[in-house]
Design a binder for this molecule. Structure first.
Ligand code: THU
Length: 166
């Protein structure tokens, strides 16, 4: 028997003004993206801004649907938009923030597993880890280098990448 351990390191900044200026800017853009969230069912708004290697910024927000599972999280709206419009551009960094209608979110909120899996795909596609910046509506900011911090064991099957062309 062997124990396999994973170690994750997250930088925690107590105040937003301690952040490097690029991270602060991306977080401001993520906050702007919150305003385009469509969340009439959960009343929980999520905004995301990502920066591509070429400097282009893409925003995403959660888009809900009355057929609940048809909706999509902010992170996937943003990464799929990047993949569709800039298929050759790696994602350098992503900032994610939230706003609830009925209370103030004072802690960073982690992206869901499906979003972490989807985001991880683009790291593998481009062999480049992305910087993740998380903040609630206010309060501390978490920064992580690469999705492995949050999802050390993503679903991955080498064979699916090497399908023979018939
Ligand atoms: N949501 C996101 O946008 N990102 C996540 O990573 C998790 C949850 C959205 C989905 C839904 O519209 C709302 O937050 C409440 O679950």
């Amino acid at each position: 028997m062997e124990e396999i351990k994973t170690i994750s390191t997250i930088k925690k900044y107590e105040h937003e003004d301690e952040l490097p200026s690029d991270d602060r800017k991306l977080l401001t853009l993520a906050r702007e993206a919150v305003s385009s969230s469509y969340a009439p069912y959960s009343h929980f708004h999520v905004g995301c801004a990502l920066e591509l290697n070429n400097g282009v910024i893409i925003k995403g927000s959660n888009q809900e649907n009355i057929a609940y599972p048809s909706g999509l999280c902010a992170e996937r709206v943003a990464v799929f938009s990047a993949g569709a419009n800039y298929p050759e551009q790696p994602i350098k960094a992503m900032a994610i923030t939230v706003k609830a209608e009925n209370y103030v979110v004072q802690e960073p909120i982690m992206s869901c597993g499906a979003c972490l899996q989807s985001m991880s795909e683009y790291e593998l596609k481009f062999k480049q880890p992305m910087r993740i910046i998380l903040q609630g509506e206010t309060g501390a900011v978490f920064i992580a280098e690469g999705l492995r911090t949050f999802l050390p064991f993503m679903f991955w099957v080498d064979e699916l990448q090497r399908q023979p062309k018939s």
